[in-house]
Write a protein that binds this ligand. Structure first.
Ligand code: FAD
Ligand code: FES
Ligand code: FES
Length: 470
């Protein structure tokens, strides 16, 4: 079946190109859309930003900025794609383009189409352009020459007053279930049974959700992956279920879709999620992909372990639940069987008296991978530690619970002295590595200090701000 999508409102039907062709290469080399630029080919610079437009369940138009360098061509199937060439009328610039001209928001211009498209998504989304919102919307775009002040001014000028919009009939394309060339196949099942059957038949296939990890293999490393199974059209993997006791996120739910739930139920986790990559990354990236990639410095896993989450694994033989802390069995190794995949992540709600906090330590606030992540679910009663679960990322070969530290705190008085005494236990729990992100000594010191931060944060001794003005 060919891949079909709308590109700036024009139907494109593509067959014969390798499925691992990046959308960036496709646009530039096959469609002459050279406004979309290649800076890094790994999701960091935003020069390749395009927008995918769709309607949500309620019919509201959603415009999401994404990195075209990380997307494979068949991921566009059924999509409405907007590039920088598609946003101006014959003789009228889009308001964000006009504002960039008026504020002198461009110099060499290389980054500009990417900024324009990030701003276009912001404008079409209708969000009020506060400093915080603009910071978040542009964190995935780098400019080496203009400086950001005029670009922020353009955002303020052009965004915040878009009329309600409809994507309309252009959104009616349906994804095909398989796209293949002689040596490569990209399958996009739509039901759980079909995904389970495909997985069982192709245990060595690469599962693909948003592709913000996997896409680097094809974009940067140019690996011609022979067999790819996309999970993002499987309805059961897209479900979000909330009951009185838990939140369950389908493995293919993106960060952007999950964020309103997470903000309400686990606000500190939401703050951390808004630091995962950029909006472009969060619009595609999923919880299932973050867990599936099994990185010791992935941000969500320590948080979900501290929250006592379980993963629901599925295969043709049925489903099983595994506590997330037992899912990781070694460096980038999981307990997934060859025919299994992650169906959902089940997260208990906080009970009354419990608090959750997560702290991410990285060299840069935005668009950076953690050196250390500390995550804590704490229950305090009568000024004693009634319950405690602590997990860290960046401290071991897997995201891991800090059992000795938990034991050092459990049942103790909730005082700064108790918390300071945890220091010795952290070294019992972890022997971290030194690498380019941080040394062993730094990681240990940070992990100890994060307990103090937790104490001061929960005791409201400090008004913790995440970005400190210079
Ligand atoms: C610029 C940039 C910045 C980033 N910043 C951060 C960051 O700050 N913090 C962070 O934690 N990560 C970060 N990442 C990594 C990545 O965005 C996240 O890990 C993301 O959650 C991956 O989700 P995905 O849907 O894109 O996964 P994919 O790339 O589609 O898949 C990732 C892995 O998970 C497997 N997988 C996917 N779905 C399933 C499933 N249902 N069952 C089993 N296995 C599955 C895939 O086979 C693959 O091995 C960043 C990446 C980039 C490119
Ligand atoms: S080329 Fe840099 S983010 Fe895509
Ligand atoms: S204007 Fe030159 S990189 Fe931004």
């Amino acid at each position: 079946m060919p891949v079909q999508f709308n590109l700036n409102g024009v139907l494109c039907v593509e067959d014969g190109l390798p499925p691992t062709t990046s959308v960036l290469d496709y646009l530039r080399q096959h469609k002459g859309k050279t406004g979309t630029k290649e800076g890094c080919a790994e999701g960091d610079c935003g020069a390749c930003t395009i927008v995918l437009a769709r309607e949500d369940e309620s019919g509201t138009a959603i415009y999401e900025a994404v990195n075209s360098c990380l997307l494979m061509l068949p991921q566009l199937d059924g999509a409405n794609v907007v590039t920088v060439e598609g946003i101006a009328d014959a003789d009228t610039l889009d308001p964000v383009q006009a504002a960039m001209v008026e504020t002198d928001g461009t110099q060499c211009g290389f980054c500009t189409p990417g900024f324009i498209m990030a701003l276009y998504a912001l404008r079409k989304g209708g969000e009020k352009p506060t400093d915080e919102v603009i910071h978040e919307a542009l964190a995935g775009n780098l400019c080496r020459c203009t400086g950001y002040t005029p670009i922020v001014a353009a955002a303020k000028k052009a965004c915040g007053n878009a009329p309600p919009d409809v994507v309309g009939a252009r959104a009616t394309l349906v994804p095909s279930s398989s796209y293949a060339t002689e040596n490569q196949r990209f399958s996009a099942p739509t039901s759980l049974e079909d995904l389970a059957a495909l997985r069982a038949a192709n245990p060595s296939a690469h599962l693909l959700a948003g592709g913000t990890d996997l896409g680097i293999l094809t974009s940067k490393e140019r690996q011609p992956l022979p067999e790819i199974i996309s999970t993002v059209h499987v309805e059961e993997l897209l479900e979000i279920t909330e009951t009185d006791d838990y939140l369950e996120l389908g493995a293919a739910v993106t960060y952007t879709r999950a964020l309103p739930y997470v903000k309400r139920l686990y606000p500190s986790l939401a703050t951390l999620i808004t630091r995962i990559g950029s909006r472009q990354i969060r619009n595609m990236g999923t919880f299932g992909g973050n867990i599936g990639t099994a990185s010791p410095i992935g941000d969500t896993s320590p948080c979900l372990i501290a929250l006592d989450a379980t993963v629901i694994l599925h295969s043709l033989s049925g489903a099983r639940s595994v506590p997330l802390e037992d899912f990781f069995i070694g460096y980038r190794e999981t307990c997934l069987g060859p025919s299994e995949f992650i169906k959902a992540i089940h997260i208990p709600k906080l009970s009354s008296g419990q608090a959750f906090r997560a702290y991410k330590i990285s060299k840069r606030y935005d668009q950076d991978i953690s050196s250390v992540i500390g995550a804590y679910r704490v229950g305090i009663s009568d000024n004693k530690v009634a319950s405690i679960r602590v997990a860290f990322g960046g401290m071991a070969a897997t995201p891991k619970r800090a059992s000795a530290s938990e034991a050092a705190l459990a049942g103790k008085d909730w005082t700064e002295e108790t918390v300071l005494a945890v220091a010795a236990a952290v070294a019992e729990d972890f022997t971290p590595l030194s690498d380019h992100r941080a040394s062993q000594a730094y990681r240990l010191r940070v992990a100890e200090n994060l307990f103090v931060r937790l104490y001061r944060d929960l005791s409201e001794f400090e008004d913790l701000t995440d970005v400190v003005a210079a």
